[in-house]
Design a protein. Structure first.
Length: 299
């Protein structure tokens, strides 16, 4: 018997990497890949899911929401490890099913706490916030210190491409938490990335609003170089893939996306160049459009 149903999108982060947990500004967008969850009360927590650690995630958000044990079935077209935050989509989907009437900000923060508890990784709030409150046709400018946000129109002429580097990792087994501590303590190289990346977010929003597409590409390239050299979360394999993307006709720019140490890259393409990009990049590509979040009111 199905008692509730949840639905939430994955996300990309256009720009603003490794600044969310320091209270910076970020520019994610919910995308058209989704996780559906259906559940009902049970004697103990159980999950049918292809997402690694799905039971830990679901139990953690259930406990955050003070829900009794549930049996949960998960269906998703967000590939795990794809860079589209399948974990945040799972958490927000369950939250939207168990607590559809709570405030979207509160849901996102509860999901952030749940992910930290489930993984031991001190993730920021961006992924969960985008999945909860993204808006179709827009990116979301989010101040991670105040949780103030506004929608920024995302032009139809642009296509988001997420490319799997083939270098997969478990964040708990990488220096992710170490990088965070270094930035929090003010290590100069790490702070240089944080300060310059926050400036790039504001410049990126301005370029979107002014439809200066070439400027968007320049900022993505600058972001990757900063993540590579100052925050040191890239790898040689990812760097090579990013540089290949830069050279392909119709690609405005690209950078490593997410926590780093492998994973995926994000590229912005001029619409109409998708076929060329997919043919030349040499790795699996997911082409994305923006989408509404689980708690976004229908427009």
């Amino acid at each position: 018997m199905i008692d509730w149903h949840g639905h939430a999108p994955g996300r990309v982060n256009l720009i603003g990497e490794h600044v969310d947990y320091l209270g910076g500004v970020v520019l994610p967008a919910a995308v058209d890949r989704f996780t559906d969850t259906r559940g009902a009360p049970a004697r103990e927590w159980s999950v049918h899911s292809e997402i690694h650690g799905g039971l830990d995630y679901v139990r953690a958000i259930g406990e955050e929401l003070s829900a009794p044990p549930q049996i949960v079935n998960v269906a998703s077209d967000i590939p795990p490890g794809s860079g589209l935050s399948s974990s945040a989509a799972l958490l927000v989907s369950v939250a939207s099913g168990l607590a559809p009437d709570i405030d979207g900000k509160a849901a996102a923060v509860a999901c952030q706490r749940a992910e930290q508890k489930a993984t031991g990784v001190q993730v920021g709030v961006m992924d969960q916030f985008a999945s909860a409150l993204g808006r179709r046709g827009h990116a979301l400018l989010l101040d991670c210190a105040t949780l103030d946000y506004r929608a920024v129109p995302f032009p139809d002429e642009l296509v988001i491409a997420v490319v799997d580097s083939g270098q997969h990792r478990n964040l708990a087994h990488t220096p992710y938490n170490k990088r965070r501590r270094e930035a929090e303590k003010g290590m100069p190289k790490r702070r240089r990335h944080v300060d310059s990346e926050i400036a790039r977010v504001h410049a990126f929003v301005q370029a979107l609003e002014e439809r200066r597409f070439d400027r968007l590409g320049e900022l993505l390239k600058e972001s990757h170089i900063s993540l590579r050299d100052d925050f040191e979360v890239s790898t040689k394999q990812v760097d090579a893939l990013v540089e290949t993307a830069w050279s392909i006709y119709g690609c405005l720019g690209a950078r490593i996306m997410g926590a780093g140490f492998g994973g995926s890259i994000i590229a912005l393409l001029r619409r109409g160049s998708e076929r060329i990009f997919v043919a030349q990049i040499g790795r699996p590509v997911i082409l994305c459009a923006t989408a509404d979040g689980a708690y976004t009111a229908p427009s």
